[in-house]
Each structure stands twice: as C-alpha cells, then as structure tokens.
Design a protein around this ligand. Structure first.
Ligand SMILES: Nc1nc2c(c(=O)[nH]1)N[C@H]1C(S)=C(S)[C@@H](COP(=O)(O)OP(=O)(O)OC[C@H]3O[C@@H](n4cnc5c(=O)[nH]c(N)nc54)[C@H](O)[C@@H]3O)O[C@H]1N2
Ligand SMILES: Nc1nc2c(c(=O)[nH]1)N[C@H]1C(S)=C(S)[C@@H](COP(=O)(O)OP(=O)(O)OC[C@H]3O[C@@H](n4cnc5c(=O)[nH]c(N)nc54)[C@H](O)[C@@H]3O)O[C@H]1N2
Ligand code: SF4
Ligand SMILES: [Mo]
Length: 902
C-alpha cells in the first residue's frame, strides 16, 4: 500500500462532498484498483499473465483513449462484470501503433477516476472575496442552479451589448471541442476563446512550418531509422507516442545510433549512445555546426538538395559559394543562401565554445547522422525552442532533416496521413447581430500586435499567446473580461509566472470552471462544475500518430453497459454527479439560455445535431422539459456529436457519396465502430510529397526551403500590417536576426541566436532546467499516490520528493549537501525545494521536474490543501517571457536563478 492512503476518509479540509452511500462504496474500489494495477509496474511476463486472467474471468475490455499526454493512445479498459468497476487499462490490442503497450501514466488514470478528492457535484462560492489566502467557502448546489447562474450572467452581457467580455479557456481537449471552445463563444458573440497551445509546444511547430509548410508535430519512423538525434526530447519518458517509442526503443538501439542533446541526463540519454550535454539555450549553435560539417564533408542528400554542376564540393569553411555553380534539386531551394548567410563560418570549434559540447563529438554525431541519411531523424522537442529566440532554433534543427533527405522518407520524419473524420456542424447561421458586433473585437491575448506576431500558418496573429491573456485581463486591454468559463486546464498553475493568473482570475467578476479536481484555478472560481473523466466516463475523440499510421480513437463511457442509451450512461457510466465539458454542459446552457429568451444556441443544437442513424432530433428522441429530460438530451447530444464527427468511418453511404474519403479502414455501422473504438488510416507513403515524385510541400514555393522564403512573406506581412519593416519587428520582439545587416544573422534562414538574458548572471548564476516528470499526466497526476510513490522512475529523483538536482561541483562550492532545504529564487519569484547532488546535470544548472508545488488540487498533491504547497512550483520562478514569432511562452534557455540553503 502506498504511503498516502487514498481510502483515508478525513476530508474536513476539502470542500468536496460525497454524494451518497452507494457512490462512496466506489471509493473503496481505489484499494482494489491499487492491488491489481500494481502489476503494471512488475516485470512484463507476470503482468501479461495477470492481464489474461482478468480478461477471462472478470469482465470486458472496452475501448477508450488515454489523454495522459499528447500521445493520445487508444486504450482498452477492463470493467468488472458484476460491480462495473474499472480494474485495469492497457493499450488497445488492435492499435498498429502500440498494441497493448501503454506507459505507466495510463494506469494513473484509474487513480484519478477513483480519487476521493475528486469534485463530485457542482459547487458555488459564497465568499465574494477572491485570493490565494481567501477561503472560497464553497457550498454544494444542483446542476440546474449552477447552469442557471451561468446563463444569467451570459444574458446580462448580451443585454448590455458587451458579449466580447465573455471568455472561454481550454487546456487539454477532445475533438468535440469546437462546441464549447468555438461555437459557444461565437454564438454568444465573443472572440475570446483562448487555448493552452502557446504554453504547450507552438515554437516547435515553427521549425517544420517555415521549412516545409507544416504547422504540426511529426511522427518519427523509428522502426526504419538508423540514426536518431534527439534535441531536448525525451521520448521514452515524455514527448509524444511514449508507449510506441518506449516499446521500440530496445530494437532501435540494436539497429541505430541514438544521440541526445540535453542539458541533463534524461531517461532517453541514460539509454543512448551519445549524450551531448548542451549548455541551455545553445542548441542553435550545435545545429548550425552540424549542418556546416555535413556540407563541408559532402554528406548531404543529392536527390533532395542538389549538386554542384561540376560535382566539385565548394563548401569550404570560411568561404562563400557562388550560387551559379550549384544546381538545386526540384525538392528544395536555398541551400547556398543558407551556407552563405549562416553556415560558412560555423565550425565545430566555434560551436564547442558556444554550447559547451566537445568539437569532436559534434563532428562525430554530425557525420554519423548524415551517413545514416536519409534514414536518420533530427528529432525536435520543446526544450531547445520554447525559448525567447526559439523559433529560429526550431528551423535550424528541423532543416537538418532536409539536408539528409529524411523528410517524409523511410526512417525519417513523417506526418500523419489524412483521416476520415468530418467537421462538426458549424453555427454560422445562428450568429445574430449582437454576436457579430462582439466578434469584431480584438482578442484578449493581443495576438497580432506588433510585439506579438504569433505567425501560425504564415499569418500575422494566426496563433495564440496564451500566457499574455493574463495581462490582457489585468490591463483590461482590449477590454474587460466579465464572465469566464475555463475547462480542463489549470492556468493558475501551468503558465509561467503563474502568480499573474491568480491576480487575473481574482479580477474576473464571474468564473465557472469545469474540472475533475479542486485545482488552483478552481480556488478562484464562482461556480465549480465537476467533469467526467475523459478516459472512463465520457464520449470524445482523439487521434494517435505513429508507425506510419494515424488512428482515430474514441473515448467511451466504459462503465455503462449500453453507452448509446443516455439513461444507462447517466445511471451507470459515471461515478459522481459529473458532466462532460465539451458537450453536455453547453447543451444544458443552451436550454437555460432559451428559457431566458435567447434561443440561437438551442436551435443550432436541435437542428444540426440529430442522430445521424435514426434521423431523430434530440427532442424527438427525448421529449420533456423537466431538468432530467434535459440531462438525458444533453447526453444524447454528446453521443450524436461524436457520431456526426466520425460518420464517414462507420456510414458506408456517407463515405461513398458525401465525403472526400482518404482511404483507410471501413466500418459498416456505428455499433461496429463504437465497439472497436479505433480506426486506422492507410499507411504513410514515403516521399509522396517530394516534388520529384509528383508531390508538393505546403510552403509558398511548394518546395522545402533552406532560405526561409515563406517566413520572409509572413514577416513582411506582419510588418506591413503595422506599417513598419521587418527589422523593427525583430527588434521589438527581441530577436538578433536582421534583413540586410552584415553584422547580424540573416532574418530568414535557419540560424543561431544567442540566448536572451532572463536575469543578471551575477545575481542569478544558475540556469534553471525544467522538464516533464515521467509520471505526470500533463498537469494532472500530482494527486495520485503512485505518481508520488514511484517518483524514482525519473533519473536522479527519489520517491515522494520534489528534488532540485545540482551538480556536486556547484554544491561543493556553495556548501550545499544532499537533502538540504534550499530556496530557488529568480527575478520573478521564489520557491522552496530540497537539494539533490547529482552528476546528471551540467555544472551551472539546476534541474527540477514540473508538476510539484501544488497548494490546492487535493490532499496528496499539496502538503495542506488550500494552504501549504508540497515542494515548489517551477512556474513561480519562470518569468512570463515569449518567443514572439510563435507566441509561445518560454520555459527553457537562459532562465536564471540563484539557490541558497534555507
Ligand atoms: N513549468 C512548466 N509548465 C508547464 C509545462 C512544463 O513542462 N513545465 N508543460 C506545459 C504543457 S506542455 C501543457 S500542455 C500545459 C498543461 O496545462 P493545462 O492546460 O493548464 O492543463 P493541466 O494542468 O494538464 O490540467 C489541469 C486541470 O484539468 C482538470 N482535469 C483533469 N482531468 C480532467 C478531465 O478528464 N476532464 C476535465 N474537464 N478536466 C480534467 C483538473 O482538474 C486540472 O485542474 O502545461 C504547461 N505548463
Ligand atoms: N511524462 C510526460 N510526458 C508528456 C507530458 C507530461 O506531462 N508528462 N506532456 C505531453 C505534452 S502536453 C507535451 S506538449 C509534450 C512535450 O514534450 P517535449 O516537447 O519533449 O517537452 P519536455 O518533455 O518538456 O521537454 C523539454 C526537454 O528539454 C530539455 N531542455 C531544457 N532546456 C533545454 C535546452 O536549452 N536545450 C535542449 N536541447 N534541451 C533542453 C529538458 O531537460 C526536457 O527534457 O510532452 C507530452 N508528454
Ligand atoms: S500517458 Fe500518454 S503515452 Fe502514456 S498511455 Fe497515456 S497517452 Fe499513451
Ligand atoms: Mo503540452
């Protein structure tokens, strides 16, 4: 049993009630879950036996999806026949990506489900004052009251002609998200739907966007690769497709060389052939030097890049090349410009000085990588690019894939094949004049202003600047926010300099939040709406990408015997009086708004979301105006939305006649698909987007760009919008590149920029290295006892502790010993932690996982709920800085801190 007994019944300091005796019985299942699921952490053979026994003797495996991280693995959940309890979860046996493999975090989902600290019913704040030290004094209320309160506030805004003061924030989601995140604010009339994307990994997408026109993540063809060069990505522990990559990693090591560029000894680095312990913020120097070596030594891929007309290699260190002498391939352009503007003098010795990695190692890794090309991967994680000047680093790292021709190629970096899902019906016809006037307003995150280009997809202001919304709210610029609905996020914890979100949330007059847990964000809410848990209690859809496929995976309410029957779902499909954020809650709101005279949302749902099989509208299926009928309709709406979304997959007629079918598995009816819960695309075709094979890249020029032509267009577009020039944009946004300055890097080609200073080196002598905990389900598992108890799966960490890892040489100098209580101070804040002397971090750096430091969330996550944090929250010391070209928040690079013993 764990050191934190989850069956502990003492919840006096938590404002979470238990609904009734029957449901409280379900809490006892925690103990059962604990016992059986511990097998997942024992040797595999044993675990397999355990699994088989359970399949045969206990219940059914029902399909769902894990959103414990952005791998979004298709899952199967073992539900006990007699008690309807969830006993186990595993990867989906039919998945061609990971099969039954999962990662340990999938099992933590069970502890979230049965967490006695879950919010079990709607709550209303009774204390009008808001603040971290102010007890919200929540009291239980009914769903009807809770929804009614929100509807009243929305009506007020619309009646006052200020619908733009409404706001929705989202964190994690399923692809039913447009209903709550886009359509609800659109029909009300607010442009203010703010996603978490820019505190997630937007800067990473900048690399592939401004080389090959893809604003997205890649999948990596590890099964065919001969060299993996990972940059601040730790794919057996974090990053994406963890279950797939960790399953393949052993074979990969037999076949390929793996090199990891990381300021700390990550899980992946511990198992790799090479660890390049880069000084934080200097990856761009390594990438430029590697490209230099590859060109200097003639190791580039001729088919993808081109060749000198006479075959003589003119890439000589320190010398520029006459472009006339080189014939570009059809597939790419600009390699000569890249060499002449950036690479020609970026020799390994120079990079060794900049980045603190030996020149021989740079040479060796660059050579090995290129010789394995095109079956070689330059794997870009968020570490090197969620930095003030990270956009250019992302380009520099991704451009290496172009040099060796691994783009879309066997053993290289692939995208996802197209899927057979349909867009949800959209509400354009239901947007009235009040709403239209509201929608004309600028967004609260100030995207698109001169200082926030956020160039998603090449468009000025095309992306989000999540963390800046706090300043927008505090400064009431462009306008005040009066009503906020937040869902599946914890911005008061997950955003850098999160103190600002505490202030911003305290300012908002009315805030409703939809969550499973009593998070730091919920602490500031006026109404707390308890959410169904995505893995077990709701409808939804995500997708997973790997092994050449993309899958469409369903979330299903696994505890209901007939999930298509709304009554069964409401009675048996959920543990508590909880509802689904993206569907049921907007539906109930639509009914409440109609009661108050605003009918557009309800008309939209009633007209556009019939059951596509029976053709029945929601009201035809479930008539009645009492609240219970509405709750049933809300559930039917949830199911219908998913059926509409996935219709081409399961409806042969629709697939053939009304949809541009991309190929892939075909199902004959809904129940057949729903019972399986997973669909596969056709397999990725290597090189099909290469122009030499008849394809096209999505850049402005249609080819892979080493010269940043698409970026030039995007930057010029943004400059024009503000009546200025590109150099001014780059200056305002803290970049070093310039258009035509011989002393500055070229603004458009992939290049190295020195890390931007975030604190004076004399006052803050250490670089802070933040990274993801192997057991963190994004920000959501700190209240699961297993995550705390098994913390030593993170190299350098210990069970139950939140440790700051310091190199023994630094500790010695400062007189710090193992286990000393220390404080970590930055220009913006200070946290408490415990010192761990560990050689897995570079001298001059302090490394600490993200995820601890909760002062709310539950009794395991915090030391004392609502009062004392457990460990320190990294976001208190990481300042609110931005990589402005992508809009991303900064977590890495020159984040400076000082440490001292307490
Ligand atoms: N320092 C630092 N900060 C980081 C990161 C980091 O690595 N370091 N990572 C960043 C990244 S990549 C991301 S994506 C963000 C994530 O941060 P956010 O988008 O803010 O989301 P989480 O913290 O994962 O989600 C927290 C909330 O989800 C609720 N919840 C849990 N399960 C469910 C569910 O099934 N349904 C609903 N409706 N609610 C649920 C919980 O009540 C909790 O309050 O954090 C970012 N912040
Ligand atoms: N275990 C786990 N896995 C997750 C998640 C989780 O919460 N837990 N969250 C999921 C989500 S939402 C996302 S967006 C993805 C993100 O996945 P990644 O983009 O891979 O993000 P992190 O794991 O935060 O990666 C940051 C890494 O960069 C390293 N680093 C820090 N500074 C530097 C630097 O200057 N240079 C280099 N080269 N490295 C540096 C850190 O040590 C860390 O290993 O992960 C997903 N996977
Ligand atoms: S936590 Fe991520 S990698 Fe692990 S099973 Fe869930 S989705 Fe897959
Ligand atoms: Mo993320």
């Amino acid at each position: 049993m764990s050191q934190h007994d989850t069956t502990d019944d003492d919840d006096t300091d938590l404002w979470i009630g238990r609904r009734d005796v029957m449901k409280a019985g379900a809490v006892g299942a925690v103990a059962a879950g604990l016992g059986s699921s511990l097998t997942s952490l024992t040797p595999l053979a044993q675990a397999e036996d355990g699994r088989t026994d359970l399949v045969e003797h206990t219940g059914d495996w029902r399909p769902s999806t894990c959103a414990g991280c952005t791998s979004w693995c298709a899952a199967q959940v073992l539900v006990d026949d007699e008690t309807d309890r969830v006993l186990r979860t595993r990867g989906h046996e039919d998945s061609r990506i990971h099969g039954t493999n999962d990662c340990p975090r999938q099992d933590l989902g069970i502890q979230q489900l049965y967490d006695p600290d879950r919010i079990t019913q709607p709550m209303r704040r009774t204390n009008p004052e808001k603040g971290r030290d102010v007890d919200p004094e929540f009291e239980p209320i009914s769903w009807e009251e809770a929804i009614g309160e929100i509807a009243d506030r929305i009506m007020e805004l619309r009646e006052n002609g200020e619908p733009e003061t409404f706001m929705v924030t989202r964190g994690r989601y399923t692809y039913l998200r447009p209903i709550l995140y886009s359509y609800l604010p659109q029909i009300i009339g607010s442009p203010n739907n703010i996603s978490h994307s820019a505190i997630c990994a937007e800067a990473e997408k900048f690399g592939p966007m401004y080389t090959e026109g893809e604003w997205s993540y890649r999948q990596y063809d590890v099964q065919q690769s001969r060299y993996v060069l990972a940059w601040g990505a730790d794919p057996i522990s974090a990053n994406r497709q963890v279950s797939h990559y960790s399953n393949e990693f052993g074979d990969l090591l037999d076949r390929a060389t793996v090199a990891v560029v990381e300021p700390r000894l990550s899980s992946t680095a511990t198992k790799s052939d090479e660890w390049l312990p880069v000084e934080p913020g200097h990856d761009g120097a390594l990438a430029s030097a590697m490209a230099h070596v590859i060109l200097r030594d003639g190791l580039w891929n001729r088919e993808f890049v081109g060749e000198f007309e006479d075959g003589e290699n003119r890439f000589v260190p320190g010398e520029r090349v006459d472009p006339e002498t080189f014939e570009e391939s059809e597939n790419s352009r600009g390699v000569i410009e890249w060499w002449n503007e950036e690479l020609y003098d970026k020799e390994p010795e120079w990079a060794a000085d900049e980045a603190g990695v030996p020149a021989e190692q740079i040479e060796r890794v660059a050579t090995g990588f290129a010789e394995a090309g095109p079956n070689a991967i330059s794997w870009l994680g968020g570490g090197p690019c969620m930095q003030v000047r990270g956009s250019y680093t992302a380009m520099a790292i991704h451009a290496l894939n172009g040099l060796v021709g691994s783009v879309g190629n066997r053993g290289g970096t692939l995208y996802a094949p197209s899927t057979g899902v349909e867009d949800l019906p959209a509400p354009d016809e239901y947007v009235d004049e009040v709403a239209e006037a509201g929608l004309d307003h600028e967004k609260i995150d100030q995207r698109g202003r001169l200082e926030f280009p956020a160039l998603k997809d090449g468009e000025s202001g095309g992306g989000v600047v999540t963390n800046n919304a706090a300043d927008g709210i505090l400064d009431e610029d462009p306008n005040e926010i009066e009503v906020l609905i937040s869902y599946w996020n914890n911005f008061a914890f997950s955003n850098p300099e999160s103190q600002r979100w505490e202030e911003a949330l305290a300012e908002i007059p009315f805030h409703a939040t939809i969550e499973t847990h009593a998070s730091e964000t919920a602490w500031f809410a006026d109404v707390v709406l308890p959410a169904t848990h995505h893995q077990f209690e709701r409808w939804g859809q995500l997708r997973s990408t790997g092994a050449g496929y993309r899958t469409i995976n369903l979330h299903t309410p696994v505890m209901a015997d007939d999930p298509d029957d709304p009554e069964d779902v409401l009675e048996n499909g959920r543990l508590w009086d909880v509802k689904t954020d993206e569907t049921e809650i907007p539906y109930l709101l639509a009914e409440a708004l109609a009661d108050r005279g605003f009918e557009n949302l309800l008309a939209f749902f009633e007209t556009e979301y019939p059951d596509p099989e029976s053709g029945r509208s929601l009201r035809e299926e479930i008539p009645g105006d009492d609240f219970e009928s509405r709750e049933l309709r809300a559930q039917a709406f949830s199911r219908n939305a998913l059926k509409l979304r996935t219709r081409p997959i399961w409806d042969p007629d629709y697939r053939e006649n009304e949809f541009d079918w991309p190929g892939g598995e075909e199902f004959d009816d809904w129940v057949e698909f729903r019972e399986r819960g997973i669909w596969h695309t056709d397999e990725w075709e290597y090189r099909h987007r290469w122009p030499s094979e008849g394809g096209e890249f999505d850049t402005d020029t249609g080819v892979f760009e080493f010269d940043g032509e698409t970026l030039r267009n995007a930057l010029e577009g943004h400059a024009e919008r503000h009546d200025t020039d590109v150099d001014t944009v780059l200056d305002v946004c803290n970049y070093q590149g310039r258009v035509d300055d011989p002393d500055a890097p070229d603004a458009f080609v992939p290049h190295y920029e020195e890390p931007y200073d975030m604190g004076d080196e004399d006052d803050y002598p250490f670089n802070f290295v933040d990274y993801k905990d192997r057991l963190n389900r994004e920000g959501r598992s700190a209240n699961t006892p297993w995550a705390q108890e098994f913390n030593d799966v993170n190299p350098g960490d210990e069970p139950g502790k939140d440790l700051a890892k310091i190199n023994p040489r630094d500790a010695d100098r400062l007189g710090i010993e193992d286990g000393d209580e220390i404080s970590i101070r930055s220009p913006v804040g200070e946290i408490e932690s415990t010192a761990k002397l560990w050689e897995g971090v570079r001298p001059g750096t302090v490394a600490k996982t993200w995820g601890q430091g909760h002062w709310a969330y539950g009794r395991v996550a915090s030391d004392e709920f609502g009062d004392e944090a457990r460990g320190g929250s990294n976001n208190v010391v990481i300042g609110a800085e931005y990589d402005r070209l992508s809009g991303s928040s900064v977590f890495y690079g020159d984040v400076r801190v000082d440490i001292e013993t307490r």
